[in-house]
Write a protein that binds this ligand. Sequence first.
Ligand code: NDP
Length: 451
Amino acid sequence: MNMIQDTLEHLKFSNCGTDGTFFQAVKEVLESISPLIESDKKYQEHSIIKRLVVPDRQIQFKVSWLDDNNQIQVNNGYRVQFNNALGPYKGGLRFHPSVNSGILKFLGFEQILKNSLTGLPMGGAKGGSDFDPKGKSDTEVMKFCRSFMMELHKYIGSRIDVPAGDIGVGAREIGYLYGTYKQITSSYDGVLTGKPFFFGGSLMRPEATGYGVVYFAKEMLELEHKKSLAGQICTVSGSGNVAIYTIEKLKHLGAIPVTCSDSKGYIYDKRGVDVELLKEIKFEKRLSLEVYLETYKSAVYVKVEDYEEDTHGVWSIPCYAAFPCATQNELTLNDAKNLVANGVEIVTEGANMPTTPEATLILQKEGVLFAPAKAANAGGVAVSSFEMSQNASMQRWSFEKVDLKLQETMKQISKKIVLTAKDYGVERNYVHGANIAGFKKVADAMIAEGI
Ligand code: NDP
């Protein structure tokens, strides 16, 4: 049995089980790097795979806080520091009721390879809590964040571990977390990224992941000599940070993004989604998407209960380019079949692992250009790294400078994964290209750094 199967067998019997997202992510990566492992024995000799799939450390802590009725609430807090071979641990915090240590291990593991692909000095980590900010007052969110940081601050630092946002953690939460960190430590250092601009954030960090996703799709279409996005119908899922700025950049490029969704349903507006209204509904008022219809009566709203069985709403709308930007496993086999039947040319993952393995296979088999998350959504963490540079040098970069550097980074990543796929005999398979290129850099650093 080779090292890859050996490791997967071992994981089956370890505490992660085989049905979770962590096993799913590890299996995809290990199977796709086999051309590299077979061609260069040093990775087996140094047991790199066995070492890479185990986090350096996992921290779990209790978060007690007082709600607005003066009742004590208790949540779980986590930080998974996975690998720091290339730089300080780096990865977001997710606040969502579905958060558990398995999901965070999956996200942390993916983050190692994503951060490696950017070419910037960052290791991989992820953290968060099963706390749900939805429906909580600002005071409750602040109290929760204070209590979370009382524990987390012991494990982070600008050269140790630099968390950022993710689902449920936006500028408001980062502000409260950073404020608490400063109160505890009296230190104004760049220990969190995604900070609001006026106290240390980078211009363009809010837009970075979504804009990067679109820049990446644009590059991949060019490299594959396909039609550009201008004038094309696009479908987008989600209506959070990544989805909204994906929609915004698509519009900048002259594309027509016709959908968005949240956990309750989706909007189909065939004239193109009004992104300013979407920002107002989601960022300012934090309401359900249904209220979009109050302004645009001709748009269609479909509730989750009315989705066809085993499908996820937006993927039934015909499009040239699809952008899953909500959450993991939201584009399944039937969704992929619908997209193919409707003539989709490219699927670019904005969320982390939104496409199931079966759906990915169908898309690839049918010749759809498939751009995997760890390459396509790396723009967010790249600009986080630019925020760290600005904080360390006490400088502020212009929007144009950050945007240019983001575009360069996305271009570099797209070229790297296309070339790597070619070099290892898996041409046009960009899942393999991204995994091999990301893995190789981390693995070589681990070998150079010793056990
Ligand atoms: P947000 O919290 O801003 O938005 C998440 C969106 O997804 C919301 O529209 C939410 O709907 C929807 N959603 C969440 N869970 C579910 C679910 N189980 N079923 C259906 N819809 C769901 O998160 P982000 O936009 O920041 O993150 C989205 C994805 O992108 C995640 O996979 C994240 O890991 C990834 N990502 C984010 C980065 C960033 O910079 N923010 C960087 C790289 C990756 P509702 O409003 O109803 O909750």
